[in-house]
Design a protein around this ligand. Structure first.
Ligand code: AMP
Ligand code: GLY
Length: 421
């Protein structure tokens, strides 16, 4: 089977690495891919957000399955348009992708289906914002309604700060994404990222991972796309997983179907867990990055039938995936300055023996080859060094030993992945 993989981050390299192990996959073409994916197949210089060019590529290559990594092409309707051309694709339709594309949509959906989440109000004027903020206790949570590349959430410590932030957001800080704001009650507890697959009918639980969102050690510094992840997550035991399925995931898949927005693909629930149980922070409609890297390392089963089952139906006939019992951790190496301004074309020396084919994998993200063929950086998050060992903490220690062999003088990484504060 010929797979077209859309995207070029660490998530997509991990998906490609796992798909490459499938006896059912004959070729992997990536758009745009990265040097890691180039070792697994062809990379075509088509942007992951260029819907017309992706459609043309899928048709030209007669792809049997298009696997869409990032959210932007999903909310833009890539899967709908592939469907109109008779091409199978893994990922939700544009309407179903609203679960990630609009926080106001998701909050209203949760209200309609009794899905536990923070109390909220969606507002479009500063007066409405102020009235609602005054009913809440500090800290205050403000979110841009639309996609903001993971940067659209502000947590303000004081009412004044919250009002100033609301005003900046409504004035276009995140462009049209913040024309509507969602203001939420602050939830206390421990977080987890939980993943489930669906073909619209069957709901298949995967596993949980925990992300480290802040840039620096000790959960300091700005929020990023994710500086590391680990799995398993101690507070997501079997009983809690069942509650998440029963109270959040299954009602969402059923509710979306009942409302005529059948959800196919991976549903990623960001959760806050306290003594009362799990509550939804947000949904994403794609794998997390770097959570995907640890999921793929722990997955023993063939990935292709799972993705194909979501795309074409019949997920219920596929056995539940089998997972490695060991712990896994991914440590992200980023360019200095990330998530703010950072340099590009920074040299990286990555010895071939850093990965051993079983316990350690280096997934590429913002890397490229320069004219001389040398590996250099091309983005903020550059590599994720992902390792398996008995416990997530041991896996992180193994990843750090491997990082010592990588020379990326203009890069940085957190030294506390796998240890949650
Ligand atoms: P999001 O992009 O919605 O996942 O938010 C980013 C981060 O902000 C989350 O991982 C949480 O740490 C935090 N956060 C978002 N919403 C809330 C909330 N209502 N209460 C507490 N923390 C939150
Ligand atoms: N690591 C969080 C995300 O992918 O949204």
């Amino acid at each position: 089977m010929k797979v077209l993989l859309v995207g070029g981050g660490g998530r997509e390299h991990a998906l490609g690495w796992k798909l490459n192990q499938s006896p059912l996959v004959s070729e992997i073409i990536s758009a745009p891919g990265n040097p890691g994916l180039a070792d697994l197949g062809r990379c075509v210089p088509v942007d992951a957000e260029d819907i017309a060019a992706l459609l043309a590529l899928a048709e030209k290559e007669s792809s049997d399955l298009v696997v869409v990594g990032p959210e932007v092409p999903l909310t833009a309707g890539l899967v709908d348009q592939l469907g109109e051309r008779g091409i199978a694709a893994f990922g939700p339709s544009a309407r179903a992708a609203q679960l990630e594309g609009s926080k106001a949509f998701t909050k209203a959906f949760c209200d309609r289906h009794n899905i536990p989440t923070a109390a909220y109000r969606a507002v479009q004027t500063i007066d409405e914002a102020e009235v609602f903020l005054k009913t809440l206790d500090a800290p205050f949570v403000l979110k841009a309604d639309g996609l903001a590349a993971g940067k659209g959430v502000v947590i303000a410590e004081t009412l004044d700060e919250a009002i100033r932030a609301a005003s900046a957001m409504l004035d276009g800080q995140f462009g049209s994404a913040s024309q509507t704001l969602v203001i939420e009650e602050f939830m206390h507890g421990v977080e987890a990222s939980f993943f489930a697959l669906s073909d619209g009918e069957t709901v298949m639980p995967l596993i949980a991972a925990q992300d480290h969102k802040r840039a620096y050690d000790g959960d300091k510094g700005p929020n990023t796309g994710g500086m590391g992840a680990f799995s398993p997550v101690p507070h997501m035991d079997e009983a809690m997983t069942q509650r998440v399925m029963d109270e959040i995931i299954t009602p969402t898949i059923t509710g979306m179907r009942d409302e005529g927005m059948v959800f196919c693909g991976v549903l990623f629930a960001g959760l806050m867990i306290d003594a009362d149980g799990p509550r939804l922070i947000e949904f994403n409609v794609r794998f997390g990055d770097p959570e995907c890297q640890v999921l793929m390392m722990r997955l023993h089963s063939d990935l292709l039938p799972l993705l194909m089952g979501c795309a074409t139906g019949g997920l219920g006939d596929i056995p539940l995936p089998v997972w490695d019992d060991r712990g896994c951790a991914a440590v992200v190496m980023a360019a200095k300055g990330y998530p703010g301004a950072y340099g590009k074309a920074l040299p990286i020396a990555l010895p071939a023996n850093v990965q051993d084919g079983s316990h350690v994998q280096v997934f590429h993200a913002g890397t490229m080859r320069n004219k001389a063929g040398q590996l250099v950086s091309s983005g903020g998050r550059v590599l994720s060094i992902t390792a398996l060992s008995s416990q997530p903490k041991d896996a992180a220690d193994l990843a750090y030993r491997k990082i010592d062999q990588i020379k990326f003088p203009d890069g940085f990484y957190r030294t506390d992945i796998g240890v949650k504060l």
